[in-house]
Design a protein around this ligand. Structure first.
Ligand SMILES: [Zn+2]
Length: 312
């Protein structure tokens, strides 16, 4: 048995959200009232043996979420991944854990579906990259806490991914006898502090969007790491601890924003990853390009040796 997802009380939950810049508690309350009226509750964990869709990315959070959903909750998980510029590294992480989970969870494992990113209008993303984007405009959009620029393409397509996940669930429903009701994602408790599309407010808005999109009042959409109804409140360090306890080779996951085969070690994704490993008090076996040839090759060698010795 391994540690469960950390939880906090409802009062603590609301108190934390109320201090956040991008949360809108009025909107959350309004959507929750509507959802409760339709089905009598906002979110309930599906019973063991139920089928659920998981939005996967090849990163730490969704990889560990996939494990927890099968191991702790006994759910049939159908991962769904929308790839972006990091296609190769994301897919190789997903296939690595796919092979591992297929052996470990014979009954609950289902092969992931990987689809390329679709944007409503490529021109809008191209516009963001054009020379008309002045240095001043870039600086103004900088978020120092998360070392990221808010104009960065990609983050805005989350809304489309939610629609694609709902479509995927709809298609699975038509060919499998047992109804799907729930789509999970791996947004962490801290993600919404810097990214507008990863707040609880946005998760609730997406829930409403998906419910109306499929005209289905039973549809659930929630993150395993931040959910008011269950009190789940887990940051990446908590998730890393769970992953290490479950003996998952987290170094095989991919968090980098750039499109390389190893982590660049410079971007916001890499910074957060390194910082959270430190917070978790766990050795970070990730290979970062910035560490130089000898150190990174030494790491690869010791990882391969450990892998060989443990039979992976
Ligand atoms: Zn990076």
């Amino acid at each position: 048995m391994f540690s469960s997802i950390p939880t906090i009380s409802r009062d603590q939950f609301v108190a934390r959200l109320s201090k956040r810049k991008y949360e809108d508690l009025d909107l959350v309350a309004m959507i929750e009232r509507y959802v409760s009226k339709k089905r009598g509750f906002v979110f309930r964990m599906p019973r063991p043996g139920s089928r659920v869709v998981l939005m996967a990315s090849g990163g730490i959070d969704s990889t560990v979420a996939w494990y927890i959903l099968m191991k702790e909750f006994g759910l049939h998980v159908y991962p769904f991944m929308v790839t972006n510029d990091n296609h190769h590294a994301q897919v190789s992480s997903l296939s690595f854990f796919s092979k591992m989970y297929r052996k470990k969870f014979v009954d609950l494992y289902h092969a992931p579906l990987v689809v390329p990113e679709v944007t409503a209008a490529r021109e809008i993303f191209d516009m963001k990259k054009s020379s008309e984007l002045t240095p001043r405009a870039i600086l103004d959009s900088y978020d120092p806490q998360h070392k990221t620029f808010n104009w960065r393409p990609g983050a805005g397509s989350v809304m489309l991914e939610a629609g694609q996940a709902a479509l995927y669930m709809g298609s699975l429903r038509s060919r499998l006898p047992h109804a799907f009701t729930t789509i999970f994602c791996g947004v962490t408790a801290m993600d919404g502090m810097g990214v507008k599309s990863q707040t609880l407010t946005f998760l609730r808005t997406s829930l409403l969007y998906m419910m109306t999109f499929l005209a289905d009042p039973t549809l659930q959409y929630a993150s395993l790491y931040i959910e008011k109804e269950t009190g789940w409140f887990a940051r990446k360090a908590d998730i890393i601890r769970i992953g290490v306890e479950a003996m998952l080779p987290l170094e095989r996951t991919f968090s980098c924003y750039r499109s390389g085969s190893v982590h660049c070690g410079r971007c916001g994704g890499c910074d957060t990853r390194r910082w959270e490993f430190k917070q978790a008090g766990v050795v970070d076996k990730t290979i970062y390009e910035t560490e130089g040839w000898i150190r990174s090759r030494g790491k690869v060698f010791s990882q391969r040796l450990t892998g060989l010795l443990s039979g992976r």
